[in-house]
Design a protein around this ligand. Structure first.
Ligand SMILES: Nc1ncnc2c1ncn2[C@@H]1O[C@H](COP(=O)(O)OP(=O)(O)OP(=O)(O)O)[C@@H](O)[C@H]1O
Ligand SMILES: [Mg+2]
Length: 335
């Protein structure tokens, strides 16, 4: 980095001049990009994105929310935490989904943003949402994006740990989680929600699981807090029909279309210098039935390959190599 930049950025910091700081930061990023230092340029951009998305401005608000919350609940038997709190700084451009889903997700956010107006008409924003769809299609990512935009930190609840080996503890674990989210404004993700559905098929656990399902439904119904509650599942057909009507919105995440795959390749390779033979349109055609997560993995794998081989341009051959590698993985996974 040029020494005059270092000096200027120190002055901007000392003067508390955010605009000046951002101007210099962008010049530094441009400079790095010109030198083909794409990796560091991307890292710097990500830091600036967090900075400008208001992380710093929102800090007081977030601290206030955390202080009001009770300590993180733990499993009585094993002592592990029943939930995890995380903050994200993402935006809609991080998510590539079809138009309908895009609209529905933005609508959830819009209703929360304009909840006062809805309340004045005796209406309430959507609060209980179910995300369905195959692995790697953006269910968790959507929760992270929504959490970033509405500014409610993400409370990640894994059903797997709630429904632990001590099934008798399950109801009490669920209650602890709901007591926790009763206070504060959180984006709550009940992940691997289908664990309930899966266990219902096990005759030994039948009675207990039925109780858990009823318990969860009751807690959803009685929930009086201000958080947004999202349950996510890969196996929505396994969910008890009684649960469906408890949700204000049910959204289906699907494997990406050809056009979405093209967008995913563009997004995941945007910081790389491309060989002139690189044909993203053809790659989008060749990856029919691939999930967004697989395309992301393919891009990361091929990027690592060129970095380790000391090259700076990515070619079709590199991506095809990663596609083949991913294919072998699919065979092992039995997909
Ligand atoms: N629609 C999408 N747009 C952009 N990136 C995506 C999308 N879906 C998935 N990804 C990427 O793939 C990875 C996995 O996605 P995510 O965790 O959201 O999948 P999921 O639907 O929650 O899967 P699972 O059912 O296995 O929990 C993330 O790192 C994310 O960046
Ligand atoms: Mg997920």
């Amino acid at each position: 980095m040029r020494s005059d930049y270092t000096k200027q950025i120190f002055i901007a910091f000392a003067e508390g001049d955010k605009e000046k700081f951002l101007d210099i930061a962008h010049e530094i990023i441009n400079d790095e990009e010109k030198k083909n230092h794409n990796y560091i340029a991307k890292q710097l951009k990500d830091i600036i994105k967090e900075f400008s998305s208001g992380k710093i401005l929102n800090e007081n608000l977030v601290n206030k929310r955390y202080k009001n919350a009770i300590p993180i609940p733990r499993d009585t038997e094993k002592g592990f935490p029943l939930l995890e709190i995380k903050e994200f700084f993402l935006d809609w451009s991080d998510l590539i989904v079809n138009e309908d889903l895009d609209y529905s997700l933005k609508n959830i956010v819009e209703e929360i943003k304009q909840s006062e107006i809805l309340f004045s008409y005796g209406l309430k924003p959507k609060q209980k949402v179910l995300f369905c769809g195959p692995p790697g299609t953006g269910k968790t990512l959507s929760c992270q994006v929504i959490s970033s935009i509405i500014g409610y930190p993400l409370v990640h609840v894994k059903f797997e740990s709630i429904v632990s080996s001590f099934l008798g503890e399950t109801a009490s674990n669920l209650k602890k989680v709901f007591d926790f989210i009763e206070n504060g404004q959180w984006t709550v993700l009940f992940d691997e929600f289908d664990v309930i559905g899966k266990l219902r098929d096990d005759p030994h656990e039948h009675g207990e699981i039925k109780r858990v399902v009823n318990n969860f439904m009751q807690m959803l119904d009685n929930y009086k807090g201000e958080s947004l509650l999202i349950a996510a599942t890969n196996h929505h057909h396994l969910i008890d029909p009684g649960l469906w009507r408890r949700f204000d919105e049910i959204l289906l995440f699907e494997l990406p279309s050809e056009n979405e795959r093209l967008e995913l390749f563009k997004k995941n390779l945007k910081n790389l210098v491309k060989d002139k033979d690189l044909n993203l349109e053809k790659l989008a055609v060749d990856t029919n039935n691939y999930s967004a997560a697989e395309i992301e993995r393919i891009c990361i794998e091929s990027q690592k390959k060129i970095i380790l081989e000391g090259r700076d341009k990515i070619s079709t051959e590199d991506i095809n190599w990663a596609i083949e590698k991913n294919g072998r993985r699919k065979v092992i996974e039995g997909k």
